[in-house]
Design a protein around this ligand. Structure first.
Ligand code: F2R
Ligand code: MG
Ligand code: MG
Length: 314
């Protein structure tokens, strides 16, 4: 079954709301968030104050625009988009340096390969911007993974940063394809495990398959590195696939990189549940400036229209 406009809208709102709601708590410990919240109350009671998304949503905009305009990822084109869409909204240090180099017309490819002592970035920036891409290329999971790797390339060259992006995009495609059916958590995690190319993600998915939904996610981490946040977000979604508020509450409750945890987990929930699954009182809080709520919804519709062209020609 082709995916719906509502699912594309659900992804963009699920992402931006999770990002913006988490942003106020980014860097805080889970204990502090519990004391000041707790996380489920933060989500339940959010209203009356405007919330602002960060780099997670802003970089996703560039990926989506590239797909709308080209129908595929071309890394130089995407790199240019990153530089164009870049008033700083809390970027990672490596990503910021690379985007500044792109904007200045410098050799950003050499820089991207050499940040972090020549190892390249393994940050979660490649994963945080990739959920709409997963829907765009669904149900072809090999193509999803391949395109996700290309979308990571401008900023993330470390194999873990790239694998994080591949896995998040495949999770998005699977979450979207699961819409309207009971969610099979074990099958979802097993399929993701089969796409993991790096040991770090292979063992994490092996461990995820052994956990019951109520068990702690602490061992998967909650920080800026892909291998310390991607599986955590996937599990926040997989443990409550039919509730956006529960999914992002769990993500925010982890502490530390909570804008990104809630952005990724919230986008996966939006892929399955559609925009109807993202509570209106949360969407109403989201900024509506020139690239705010209305812009994001329009972008989601344009991406869905482009996706339909691909479905028609297949
Ligand atoms: N950067 C942040 N938050 C920090 C505080 C922001 C502050 N409020 C502000 O306004 O400035 N958030 C955003 O960054 C994450 C995505 O990062 P991305 O795009 O992957 O960037 P980067 O710099 O490449 O990697 C992030 C960190 O990961 C560690 N790291 C990466 N590669 C490494 C390697 N090879 N070895 C060791 N560590 C590596 C570094 O600590 C990087 O700084 C999201 O959370 C987004 O919200
Ligand atoms: Mg951020
Ligand atoms: Mg973050």
């Amino acid at each position: 079954m082709p995916l719906t406009k509502d699912q594309f809208a659900g992804v963009m709102m699920g992402l931006a709301v999770g990002d913006a709601l988490g942003a106020a708590w980014e860097g805080m410990t889970s204990d502090l968030i519990f004391e000041m919240g707790p996380a489920d109350k933060i989500v339940e009671h959010a209203s009356g104050r405007e919330i602002y998304y960060t780099d997670d949503t802003q970089m996703t905009i560039s990926v989506v625009q590239t797909l709308i305009e080209l129908g595929t990822i071309e890394k130089h084109y995407l790199a240019r988009k990153f530089a164009e869409n870049h008033p700083d909204r809390g970027y990672g240090q490596g990503a910021r340096r690379i985007i500044n180099a792109i904007g200045a017309g410098e050799d950003w490819e050499t820089l991207a390969a050499n940040v972090f002592n020549g190892k390249g970035s393994l940050g979660n920036g490649g994963a945080m911007r990739v959920v709409p891409l997963g829907l765009f290329f669904a149900p072809d999971l090999n193509l999803v993974a391949e395109q996700a790797a290309l979308s990571a390339a401008p900023t993330h060259t470390h194999e873990i940063g790239v694998d994080g992006a591949r896995l998040m995009a495949v999770a998005a495609a699977l979450a979207a394809e699961s819409a309207g059916q009971p969610f099979d958590r074990q099958a979802f995690l097993t399929q993701l495990r089969s796409f993991a190319e790096t040991e770090e993600f292979q063992w994490q998915f092996d461990h995820a398959l052994e956990l019951e939904p109520h068990q702690s996610l602490r061992s998967f981490g909650c920080s800026l590195e892909a291998q310390r946040s991607v599986v955590t977000s996937v599990m926040c979604f997989a443990n409550s696939p039919d509730s956006y508020p529960e999914t992002i509450s769990r993500a925010i409750g982890q502490g530390d990189d909570v804008d990104t945890l809630a952005a990724m987990a919230g986008a996966l929930a939006g892929a399955r549940l559609g925009i109807g699954g993202v509570p209106k009182h949360l969407i109403d809080c989201l900024e509506d400036n020139h690239q705010g709520q209305s812009f994001l919804l329009d972008l989601a519709e344009q991406l869905w229209r482009r996706y339909q062209l691909g479905c028609a020609s297949a």
